[in-house]
Design a protein around this ligand. Structure first.
Ligand SMILES: Cc1cc2nc3c(=O)[nH]c(=O)nc-3n(C[C@H](O)[C@H](O)[C@H](O)COP(=O)(O)O)c2cc1C
Ligand code: SF4
Ligand code: SF4
Length: 371
């Protein structure tokens, strides 16, 4: 059987993620035991949200006293989180903790106490007025400098950082993504509630962070839409029942084994993100490649040289019968082409391996774009 890393190539916090399906936090609901009950179908999970300082713990108490919302309540967040993290250690799920804190110091103090075995997720998502007034959740989306300061404080402690945001709230999601990347964040966990895949593509095109897409991703079609527009993983909260998670896990595993690149982008002329440059031709005609290269500031010659150098010595170097003399410039497998098919056959490259190598090419292109 194919190994999970070979299949998905996903690492979080130096651990292999078994499947790109995971659980997003729900305060008062998603704790370690909730995750363990579903562990066979997920690759990662964010438990919480946990309030970690006096203002946010007071907000949690007040929210839960209101009766409408469940919250995790405790006297000592370190003690509570240590116990939860220890429980999560019983599974191979990559663990994350979703945290509500009102200052960089609250986060860094916690990270010093808990260490680096979990991913620290900053809750910049919660819109409950009590939490926002306490200086966390959506407050951070309206104050991106404060959010970046929290990221920097956590990175100083040497831990892996995810930022949970709601798209369409900050004044400019693209600028926010760049600021978080520059501050050192590792993961962007995006609730795309009112925005959808066009917004996801915009963010994918702005930063090289690992992206988790979230909100209403309860079918394989929806999951594929997110993955083909730039998401590396998807998360579920409200419908994170065993049946839904198992269905998505099985479907994406089968798809990856058949196709070779589980989150392949669409071609750029079909609305794909910039990873789709891996499928683009030579820049010889007026097509969306030209404005895309202009937007990322890559001269046409550099683009050609980059692709040729990236495939040098690999099977993608072949292709004298193809339009541009190299498979580096050939289209996505889903566009039928007898010249590409002939070349692949001649060199013993399976369609799946072709897509796997295009994925490697796209990684080289992305690291150059975001150098
Ligand atoms: C009851 C409930 C509690 C939530 N609590 C949190 C939280 O503490 N922190 C957070 O970042 N998101 C929280 N969320 C948001 C979810 O993680 C998720 O972003 C949202 O529900 C959309 O995803 P879904 O369609 O899969 O449910 C909560 C959602 C619900 C329904
Ligand atoms: S170069 Fe080819 S694949 Fe890329 S945008 Fe143009 S026509 Fe589409
Ligand atoms: S040979 Fe086929 S796959 Fe390659 S660039 Fe030409 S049309 Fe696309």
């Amino acid at each position: 059987m194919m190994h999970a890393f070979e299949r998905f190539g996903l690492l979080i916090n130096d651990r292999i993620v078994r499947t790109p399906v995971g659980i997003a936090s729900m305060a008062g609901i998603v704790d370690a035991s909730y995750v363990l009950d579903r562990a066979g179908h997920i690759g990662f999970a964010f438990i919480g949200g946990y309030s970690i300082d006096a203002p946010t713990m007071a907000a949690a108490k007040s929210l839960s006293a209101g009766g409408d919302r469940k919250e995790f309540l405790y006297e000592d967040p370190v003690q509570e989180l240590e116990a939860q993290i220890a429980l999560m250690g019983k599974s191979d799920v990559v663990p994350g903790i979703n945290l509500r804190g009102s200052s960089p110091e609250s986060f860094s103090t916690l990270a010093r106490a808990l260490g680096d075995t979990v991913v620290y997720e900053i809750d910049a998502h919660c819109r409950q007025p009590e939490m926002v007034a306490a200086g966390c959740g959506e407050h951070y989306l309206n104050n991106p400098d404060k959010l970046a300061a929290v990221v920097r404080a956590l990175k100083k402690e040497g831990v892996t950082v995810s930022v949970k945001i709601r798209a369409g709230i900050a004044s400019n999601d693209r600028e926010l993504a760049v600021a978080l990347w520059k501050a050192g964040a590792d993961i962007l966990h995006i609730d795309l509630m009112d925005t959808g895949s066009a917004k996801l593509r915009q963010i994918r095109n702005s930063c090289p962070l690992l992206i988790i897409a979230n909100n209403g991703i309860t079918s394989f079609d929806r999951m594929k839409e997110m993955l083909s527009h730039g998401a590396d993983l998807v998360s579920l909260a409200r419908q994170s029942d065993e049946r839904t998670l198992a269905g998505l896990d099985a479907a994406i595993t089968r798809y990856a084994d058949e196709e070779g690149w589980y989150n392949a982008p669409k071609q750029i002329c079909r609305g794909g993100d910039i990873r789709g440059l891996a499928f683009c031709c030579m820049p010889v005609k007026e097509c969306p490649l030209i404005p895309t290269l202009a937007r990322i500031g890559m001269p046409r010659d550099d683009y050609v040289r980059l692709k040729l150098e990236a495939v040098h010595g690999t099977p993608l170097e072949h292709g004298s019968q193809t339009c541009f003399g190299s498979l580096a410039f050939c289209c996505k497998n889903s566009s039928p082409c007898m010249f590409r098919a002939m070349t692949l056959k001649q060199h013993g490259i399976s369609p799946k391996d072709y897509m796997r190598m295009k994925r490697e090419l796209s990684e080289t292109i992305m690291s150059r774009v975001f150098e």
